[in-house]
Design a protein around this ligand. Structure first.
Ligand code: AMP
Ligand code: ZN
Length: 140
C-alpha cells in the first residue's frame, strides 16, 4: 500500500492526526475540511496515497465517488443544503494544495454561502472544437 510519510492525509488516514470523521471503511475515509468554504465541506480520500485523481485505480475511484454521493445526499437531507458541488483538483495549476487524492463535497445554500465557481465561457471556434476533441480522443 502506497504511503508517504510526509503526507498530511496519509497521517489522517492512519489516525496519526485527528480529523472530524464522517465515514470510514477499509479503503476510504471522509472527514470535514479544516478550512470549510461552506457548512459541511467534506473531503473524501483513499486511505492509500495517490497524488491525485489521475493516479487512482478505477475500482477505488468508484468507491470514493460512492461515498461522495452518500455524503452529498446527507448534506441535503441533514444540513438542509439546497445543492452540492463535487470536485477534485488535479495539480497545483488547478488549485491542488495537498498532493494526496481527495474529493471535495461542498454543500451549497445560496449565492451568498461563500463559495463561487466561475464558469465564464471562452470563445473557441468550431474548427478548434473539432481539433480539441480529436486530440483528447487520441489519449483515451
Ligand atoms: P486542495 O486545495 O484541493 O488540495 O484541498 C486541500 C484541502 O485540504 C483544503 O481545503 C484544506 O483546507 C484541507 N486541509 C488541509 N489540511 C487539513 C487537515 N489537517 N484536516 C482537514 N482538512 C485539511
Ligand atoms: Zn498521502
Amino acid at each position: 500500500m502506497n504511503y508517504d510519510e510526509d503526507c498530511i492525509f496519509c497521517k489522517i488516514g492512519r489516525k496519526e492526526i485527528a480529523s472530524a470523521k464522517v465515514y470510514e471503511d477499509s479503503e476510504v475515509l471522509a472527514f470535514l475540511d479544516v478550512n470549510p468554504v461552506t457548512k459541511g465541506h467534506t473531503l473524501v480520500i483513499t486511505k492509500e496515497h495517490f497524488s491525485n485523481f489521475n493516479e487512482v485505480p478505477k475500482n477505488l475511484i468508484n468507491k470514493v465517488f460512492q461515498v461522495a454521493q452518500t455524503v452529498s445526499q446527507a448534506a441535503i437531507m441533514e444540513l438542509h443544503a439546497t445543492g452540492v458541488n463535487i470536485l477534485t483538483n488535479v495539480n497545483p495549476s488547478a488549485g491542488q494544495s495537498v498532493m494526496h487524492f481527495h474529493v471535495h463535497v461542498i454543500p451549497r445554500y445560496d449565492n451568498t454561502d461563500g463559495f463561487k465557481l466561475d464558469f465564464t465561457p471562452k470563445a473557441i471556434g468550431t474548427r478548434d472544437m473539432t481539433n480539441i476533441a480529436t486530440m483528447i480522443k487520441k489519449g483515451l
